[in-house]
Design a protein around this ligand. Structure first.
Ligand code: FES
Ligand code: FES
Length: 215
């Protein structure tokens, strides 16, 4: 499992050694699994740490099509379990209180804030995270490819949440106008306020999905 230090080290590589890692490589890394992103949002609050340790119970979850077992506390959030028990750090924690959408995952195909869902309530349901979008052969999901094509994010911390929210929205609205898609992902915030480029990338992803007949 990656930690904050390694994320920051990766982020510092951007720009300092252009031959080592390009912006396109960086974007690909984030759309594929949410890696190589740094943010103050990673700083764990002491209260959160204390509140999510001890008194655990072993449960099985369906995550990205796999049966995953984890020791989980009664009051533990799905975001915490994904990141700290299952190593799926592509799901970001920004506000940790249902305001920013950084932690968005699909539960039975519907977008949810993973920071505000108790893990034990998703037993028997299908959880999909950013790590589960790409094909088994590593081929990016059409929405991920749209983001790569348009280079639609700045720091990209919010990117996994936006991608999951838009994929969920497009399952019921596959051919939205720009305004409708903006409305569909309006539960997600970008600290860099790069909304116009983000929307262009998401619209490109939606187009890719339609062309690939991908739902
Ligand atoms: S971290 Fe879940 S909504 Fe902000
Ligand atoms: S938070 Fe930086 S691109 Fe959205």
């Amino acid at each position: 499992m990656r930690d904050m230090t390694s994320d920051i080290v990766d982020a510092r590589m951007i720009g300092s050694t252009p031959e080592a890692i390009s912006r396109r490589d960086f974007i690909k890394g984030v759309v594929a699994g949410g890696v190589a992103v740094s943010s103050a949002g990673y700083l764990f609050r002491a209260s959160t740490l204390l509140g999510q340790s001890g008194g655990e119970r072993l449960i099985t979850l369906n995550v990205n099509g796999q049966q995953r077992r984890a020791d989980v506390r009664k009051q533990e959030t799905l975001a915490w379990t994904l990141r700290h028990k299952l190593g799926l750090t592509g799901t970001k924690l920004g506000c940790d209180r249902a305001e920013c959408g950084s932690c968005t995952v699909l539960i039975d195909d519907v977008p949810h804030y993973a920071c505000s869902v108790l893990t034990h309530t998703v037993r028997g349901r299908r959880v999909l995270t950013i790590e589960g979008l790409a094909g088994a052969d590593g081929k990016l999901h059409p929405m991920q490819q749209g983001v790569v094509d348009e280079q639609g994010f700045q720091c990209a911390f919010c990117m996994p949440g936006f991608i999951m929210a838009s994929v969920g929205f497009l399952k019921t609205n596959p051919n939205p106008t720009r305004g409708q898609l903006a409305q569909g992902v309006s539960g997600n915030l970008c600290r860099c306020q790069d909304y116009d480029k983000i929307l262009t990338a998401l619209m490109r992803g939606a187009e890719n999905m339609r062309e690939a007949d991908h739902v």
